[in-house]
Design a protein around this ligand. Sequence first.
Ligand SMILES: Nc1nc2c(ncn2[C@@H]2O[C@H](COP(=O)(O)OP(=O)(O)OP(=O)(O)O)[C@@H](O)[C@H]2O)c(=O)[nH]1
Ligand SMILES: [Mg+2]
Length: 198
Amino acid sequence: MVFTGRPNAGKSSLIKELAGLNIIIGKHAGTTRKISHYPLNDGLVLVDLPGLGKMVGVSRKFEEKVNKQIIEFLESNAQDIVLAVAVLDISTFLEVTWRLEKKGFMSVDVEMVKFLASNLGEFPLVAANKIDKTNKRELEANLNEFTNRISNGDPTKVKDHVFPVSAKKGTGLGELKSAIHERLVAKGYKTPFKVKLQ
Ligand SMILES: Nc1nc2c(ncn2[C@@H]2O[C@H](COP(=O)(O)OP(=O)(O)OP(=O)(O)O)[C@@H](O)[C@H]2O)c(=O)[nH]1
Ligand SMILES: [Mg+2]
């Protein structure tokens, strides 16, 4: 089970909240610098990946090396990945996406979801994190744009896979947990969470 996303999206925070694991989270993009494995039960391993994209406090060369490692890891382990959770900071999605598009780049968050879907042959679960940093109207606008883009204009197809959450406040984590649980059980695994499902 892997957690992907840009640096600072809240991957490690989410893993900490969901699985009760004691792992390091940080204020700056680039806190998790190594692909980190946390064995759960049933032979299931939870993998916390470094962020894909700009990291703070590391050289450009290191950043490129880590980005390459992430893609290679996801490609070469595709057969063994039981579940992918793509984490993004939904509160800044539009702002970041417009900035990138002006420069001719596609959103890394959108690209990652599409990459996972084709690489793993199954749509990932998406944790649209940091909803505590937006208001309702802003969140809706960000979510609409995001779901439109990951579904190539047909958001109804992906709606059930996108979970607005706040790792910080705990909002929406119950729904995400249930979805993770369901997918794992469907593939013959027990739930990995020590914490009782809500
Ligand atoms: N407001 C808010 N802040 C959050 C939330 N989730 C995480 N953060 C903060 O975002 C920062 C980054 O969190 P991490 O969990 O380290 O993010 P990461 O995706 O693992 O980052 P890298 O390891 O650098 O790739 C920390 O300061 C967290 O406290 C959230 O839901 N709301
Ligand atoms: Mg991290």
